[in-house]
Ligand binder design. Structure first.
Ligand code: FGO
Length: 431
């Protein structure tokens, strides 16, 4: 019996609901016992050319979506196949790629943040996508710009995310507190809720991913002067905003795992990636609310950090593999495919054309959060596109945030120390 992808073994009914209506559209017709991963494996077993696509998706649902997309593409290229291979999380992925450069065993494609792209370019590893036939002229300009270095496009905006505010509507309603639209309303709401329940209402990961949207919303920019500055007055203000809430027991750090994996009745709100939408929706046992980020004034959202990755093609792959890679990227960027990917995952559609598809519109009619994602993408910014940024954001900035949140130092002391460490790293004095 043939059936739709969503009903294959290994995809639970809960996951199915999570993946949403989109899957039914992109669904590949596969055997009842075959998962998308198995189908791709089968396609690749008989292929003459295989293009490995290394990615950092760790969840079964996201892996399924990627495998289903690859399976659908592979049907259009008999004898050639794209093989998605999970490499752990994003940082595991970049670590493995760096090792693969040294070992001379580079895949055809991989996900990459902008700073990863800068690093891979320094190693002369990236292929010029336009030369390979990749079409980017219709894609969302800020994403293409982010993937463009020295006038050359090196990445396809496959899974770019923006952050949103997730809320426990029941907790707000029960305590008669309004869902905040500004950072100051958010601080008041967190204090009010926490005062009433006796539990911190605002949950956050003590990380650059939480800090950046607060910093950006307050007008901050890490490299406004062409030099990386982590301890600007705006950065100190942003960290103090967070620390004051922690001191008042209105906010609590979630130090390991995703917030969406730990939701309880006393959870009030969090900033999180739009890629988290399906996870929050399936985990919340309360009425989940999703809104744009709180801004400085009502009616204007705050500025999100754009996360998620581009897909790059590596020069060391054979010319056939590189061409196949670019073909896959064109396929993934097709408005309908990008629309369906977006509805399944919460990632931003890669073009206006994708937003205009009947698939996206039908989904958004039932899931208004899809429109919030599109709107938030107009109020969003990137972290610096320099090769050292991964180390700066995780080893230096995140450490400073954690120390301050743990009460070990003030915002100013933590960020001053981070600045010194950043300067040493950028000057090559440390690694
Ligand atoms: C994640 C990471 C970076 C960089 C930002 C960088 C490296 C951040 C942040 C650190 O694709 P996004 O929007 O969302 C992730 C996606 C794939 O895993 O799904 C999200 N997810 C997964 C499972 C789940 O239960 N809930 C959920 O939300 C997941 O967050 O990327 C956001 C989170 C982090 O990975 O801890 O991007 N990030 N800049 N990572 N290596 N380098 O420069």
């Amino acid at each position: 019996m043939l059936c739709r992808l969503g009903f294959t073994k290994g995809v639970s009914m809960k996951k199915l609901a999570l993946l949403g209506a989109g899957l039914a559209v992109v669904a590949v017709t596969v055997h009842a016992q075959q998962t998308p991963a198995e189908l791709v494996k089968q396609q690749c077993a008989s292929a003459k050319v295989t293009a490995e696509f290394w990615h950092g998706f760790t969840s079964a649902s996201q892996q399924n979506v990627v495998n289903a997309l690859a399976a659908e593409f592979n049907k259009t290229t008999p004898g050639q196949c794209v093989l998605p291979i999970p490499q752990g999380n994003y940082t595991d992925l970049s670590t493995k790629l760096k090792a693969s450069f040294a070992a001379g065993k580079v895949p055809t494609m991989a996900q990459a943040f902008e700073n990863n792209m800068a690093l891979y370019l320094e190693n002369d590893k990236l292929a010029d996508l336009t030369k390979l036939g990749f079409r980017s002229n219709f894609l969302t300009k800020v994403f293409v710009k982010a993937a463009t270095f020295n006038g050359t496009v090196y990445g396809a905006p496959f899974n770019k995310s923006v952050q949103l505010l997730f809320v426990n509507k029941d907790l707000f309603a029960k305590n008669n507190v309004k869902i905040p639209q500004t950072l100051s309303e958010m601080a008041s709401a967190a204090r009010e809720l926490s005062g009433k329940t006796g539990q911190p209402a605002f949950w956050f990961t003590p990380s650059a991913s939480t800090f950046s949207p607060i910093f950006f919303t307050l007008g901050g920019n890490y490299d406004a002067t062409g030099k990386i500055v982590l301890n600007s007055p705006t950065a100190i203000k942003a960290l103090d905003w967070l620390l004051d809430l922690v001191k008042d027991k209105a906010a609590k750090p979630i130090t390991s795992g995703f917030i969406n994996g730990q939701l309880t009745d006393t959870y009030g709100m969090s900033f999180d990636t739009s890629a988290g939408i399906p996870f929050y929706k399936s985990a919340a046992k309360f009425n989940l609310g999703i809104t744009n980020l709180p801004g400085l004034k009502r009616g204007t959202p705050g500025t999100a950090l754009i996360q998620g990755t581009h897909i790059v093609v590596f020069k060391d792959a054979s010319s056939e593999q590189q061409k196949l890679g670019a073909k896959f990227l064109n396929f993934a960027m097709q408005p309908r495919n990008s629309a369906i990917f977006s509805t399944q995952t919460g990632y931003v559609p890669s073009s206006d054309l994708a937003q205009d598809t009947t698939e996206f519109k039908a989904f958004a009619a039932k899931n208004p959060d899809a429109l919030l994602v599109v709107k938030q993408a107009r109020y969003a910014a990137f972290e610096p596109r320099i090769s050292d940024w991964e180390a700066l954001r995780f080893n230096i900035l995140e450490t400073a945030i954690k120390e301050a949140v743990a009460g070990k130092s003030s915002a100013k002391d933590a960020l001053d120390k981070a600045q010194k460490q950043a300067e040493d790293l950028l000057a090559g004095k440390t690694k």
